[in-house]
Write a protein that binds this ligand. Structure first.
Ligand SMILES: [Zn+2]
Length: 101
């Protein structure tokens, strides 16, 4: 689906679900990196396993961060324009073309 900003027509629009998913992914990746760094000695294999083991414990904090991003940056709207910062709902955009006259 092609989304464009209602204010500046930019196509650099981030949806709420995408922002939540990206934040969750970044949080889990951060947990894996921290877990891998705990092994200063030993093989790369041990560091990799330690990193993988740290992913699941990082989930609650990553989920909280993702929910905070949605709450503070989207404030109830569906889409955020990355160019001008406008917030708008997807339904507003899709209904616009359907309204008669
Ligand atoms: Zn915009």
């Amino acid at each position: 689906m092609n989304r464009q900003c209602l204010i500046c027509d930019s196509s650099a629009v981030l949806t709420r679900d995408a922002a939540k998913g990206l934040t969750l992914l970044a949080g889990l990746l951060d947990g894996a990196i921290k877990g891998a760094r705990r092994h200063h000695e030993g093989s790369c294999h041990a560091a990799l396993l330690s990193g993988l083991a740290a992913v699941a414990p990082a989930y609650p904090e990553a989920r909280k961060a993702a929910e905070d991003v949605v709450r503070f940056h989207f404030t109830g709207f569906d889409c955020l324009c990355l160019r001008c910062g406008a917030l708008f709902d997807e339904t507003t955009e899709s209904n616009e073309g359907l309204s008669p006259g």
